[in-house]
Design a protein around this ligand. Structure first.
Ligand code: HEC
Length: 140
């Protein structure tokens, strides 16, 4: 498991990213890209303040970095994302950038299960690092 995580982090090194789990994203560019996430995700702080409006078919993305995958209370995740979180997947900027590129492929890779599926069908081809930086900036 840990080895897979390191391999994924290493893969992301072709993009401007660092092995310590931080990426070189641009939060302002990420804010623009978040428009693509809004149909399904909002950002609301722990005390319920809505920081970015959005839909509810995906989990609240507040405080995602540093949180175990599939662990926002009250959201009905795919069993595979929950399994990844239980196996030790904790979001950092690099992993999150990798996830948004292709959630299904990400889960298949990380769980080493060619049948794994995610409930998130959306793929963000470019700008994962920027989205990560934006989500960090919105959770401080
Ligand atoms: C069409 C709806 C949809 C869109 C658009 C979408 N997502 Fe998601 N997202 C989901 C769903 C549903 C899940 C739960 C996945 C699962 O359970 O397998 C999810 C899960 C996630 C997770 C994991 C959350 C956790 O608690 O572990 C992250 C991070 C995430 N999305 C980020 C994004 C970002 C960033 C964008 C925009 C670039 C985006 N999503 C766009 C529906 C969407």
């Amino acid at each position: 498991m840990i080895r897979t995580l390191v391999a994924i982090a290493a893969l992301s090194l072709s993009a401007p990213a660092f092995a310590d789990g931080h990426s070189a994203g641009d939060a302002e560019a990420g804010a623009k890209l978040f428009k693509k996430c809004k149909s399904c995700h909002m950002i609301a702080s722990d005390d319920g303040e809505v920081l970015a409006k959005g839909g509810k078919s995906g989990p609240n993305l507040y405080g995602m970095i540093g949180r175990a995958a599939g662990s926002v209370g009250g959201f009905k995740y795919s069993k595979d994302l929950v399994a990844a979180g239980e196996a030790g997947l904790v979001w950092d900027e690099v992993l999150l950038a990798e996830w948004v590129k292709d959630p299904k492929a990400f889960l298949r890779n990380i769980l080493d299960d060619p049948k794994a599926k995610s409930k998130m069908s959306f793929k963000l081809k470019k700008g994962g690092d920027d989205i990560s930086a934006y989500l960090v900036s919105m959770s401080q």
